[in-house]
Design a protein. Structure first.
Length: 134
């Protein structure tokens, strides 16, 4: 069992890294992407990163637990954007703070997060968690 969890953690870590690389690239090269991808890919990839990060931290828990925790986290971050105290706005002014906390609440972001988490969950469920090698 422990060997399976460690293998899963390696896969989830790689998932986080890949999502971060593609997410940052989608922001850096947005003008070279189709408009639909430029507008949506970053948030979808951020949610994929969150899902794999949750699975990395909670590898011994079920994929369903990872789904719920990552949705709660993403929705919590998005809803926190309705709060505009000076201290949190100053965090949002730097690049890392803006990437993690966002800047303004958008309902469409919730749909993007559900899409990203859904993609990651399906990849996890069908490829990682139910793999005969895992």
């Amino acid at each position: 069992m422990n060997k399976q969890i460690n293998r899963g953690r390696v896969i989830y870590f790689l998932g986080v890294c890949i999502a971060v690389i593609f997410g940052l690239a989608s922001r850096s090269y947005a003008e070279q992407l189709p408009v639909f991808l430029a507008k949506n890919a970053g948030d979808v990839l951020w949610a994929i990163m969150v899902y794999f990060g949750c699975r990395l931290l909670f590898a011994s828990y079920s994929v369903h637990f990872g789904l719920v925790i990552s949705l709660l986290f993403c929705f919590g971050i998005e809803c926190s954007q309705l709060y505009h105290a000076n201290w949190i706005n100053s965090i949002r002014q730097n690049t890392i703070g803006a990437l993690i906390l966002g800047k303004g609440f958008l309902v469409i972001d919730l749909i993007r997060y559900m899409t990203g988490i859904g993609i990651a969950y399906l990849l996890d469920f069908f490829i990682v968690s139910n793999s005969s090698n895992y």
